[in-house]
Ligand binder design. Structure first.
Ligand SMILES: NC(=O)C1=CN([C@@H]2O[C@H](COP(=O)(O)OP(=O)(O)OC[C@H]3O[C@@H](n4cnc5c(N)ncnc54)[C@H](OP(=O)(O)O)[C@@H]3O)[C@@H](O)[C@H]2O)C=CC1
Ligand SMILES: O=C([O-])CC(=O)C(=O)O
Length: 266
């Protein structure tokens, strides 16, 4: 049985617990949340995962795998120390790597701990094709993220406009994947993932759109290179508990965990 520490107990974390209920090969034994979130997390998991330890840092011993589904700050706070101790980590908040030096720090920590950090595809697809195509050389990679206006609440998209009053699609950001991930830490992790698999954070062009005509989170990736080209469109359903987050992110994290224990991985 693989013993997992889950960082974060929000929309992704609780959905993961639902999916993993009764799993014979993986057990979430600890959930890490901020100090002020302890009581809410205990309440949220009381029926989902009774007996799981709710803590403010990853236990120092008895953990085989750390899974982060918390937010950018959790990478420095919890993932780096776990890697240094030698615990493999799965990361959903890939946009955190837009901060100068953090990708290098993660690699260094994993090297020190003789372990590995895995960045999951999360809400986006074709990361396998893009990362493979990179070996032959890529010419251009573009990512467009389109979500309903309310999914952009609490972000810079609100500056100078009333999201609730939009009647037409509105481009709220155009620039590099690095800027997108840093300005929209809860909405543009996939921009970072696409860029890290492809042309990098600074050369990947990103457009973010608030669109009152969509109900889903629509992600489009267009790539060209020596391999040929592809266009990918994902129409993701959002989690009921968080309109910013696609349900596919949960399935992607669960897939990554199951691949760690399966005798055949896909
Ligand atoms: N790669 C991808 O495709 C995607 C990645 N994500 C990433 O996943 C993250 C979580 O998403 P989601 O579950 O929807 O968000 P929620 O806001 O629903 O949940 C976040 C959870 O993490 C906890 N948390 C926040 N900061 C920390 C911290 N420093 N240490 C430990 N726990 C912390 C929160 O606690 P409290 O409530 O007490 O603050 C809460 O339990 C997003 O912020 C984003 O970075 C999201 C969508 C797609
Ligand atoms: O879940 C999604 O659709 C994408 C998302 O929020 C992110 O990339 O941060």
């Amino acid at each position: 049985m693989m013993r997992v520490a889950l960082i974060g107990c929000g929309a992704i974390g609780t959905s993961m617990l639902e999916l993993l209920k009764g799993d014979k090969t993986l057990a979430v034994v600890a959930i890490v949340v901020p100090d002020f979130g302890l009581a809410a997390a205990r309440k949220a998991v009381a029926s989902l995962a009774p007996g799981v330890e709710i803590v403010t840092s990853v236990p120092q011993a008895g953990i085989d795998l750390v899974v982060e589904a918390a937010g950018h700050a959790a990478i420095e706070e919890h993932v780096l120390p776990a890697l240094k101790r030698g615990t493999p980590c799965i990361v959903a908040s890939v946009g955190a790597l837009s901060a100068a030096g953090l990708a290098e720090q993660l690699e260094q920590a994993a090297s020190e701990g003789h372990t590995q950090v895995q960045l999951i595809a999360g809400a986006i697809g074709a990361i396998d094709a893009l990362a493979a195509a990179r070996a032959g050389g890529l010419d251009a990679v573009r990512y467009t993220g389109r979500k309903p206006p309310h999914a952009w609440s609490g972000t810079p998209a609100e500056q100078g406009r009333d999201l609730g009053a939009l009647t037409l699609e509105t481009i709220i950001f155009e620039g590099s994947a690095r800027e997108a991930a840093s300005l929209y830490p809860k909405n543009a992790n996939v921009a970072a993932t696409v860029s890290l698999a492809g042309l990098g954070l600074d050369l990947t062009r990103v457009r973010l759109i608030a669109d009152p005509a969509v109900t889903e989170n629509v992600h489009v990736v267009e790539a060209e290179g020596a391999f040929g080209s592809f266009e990918l469109t994902m129409r993701n359903k959002a989690l009921a508990a968080n309109p910013k987050t696609s349900a596919l992110t949960v399935y992607s994290a669960v897939r990554a965990m199951r691949n760690r224990v399966a005798h055949m991985a896909i």
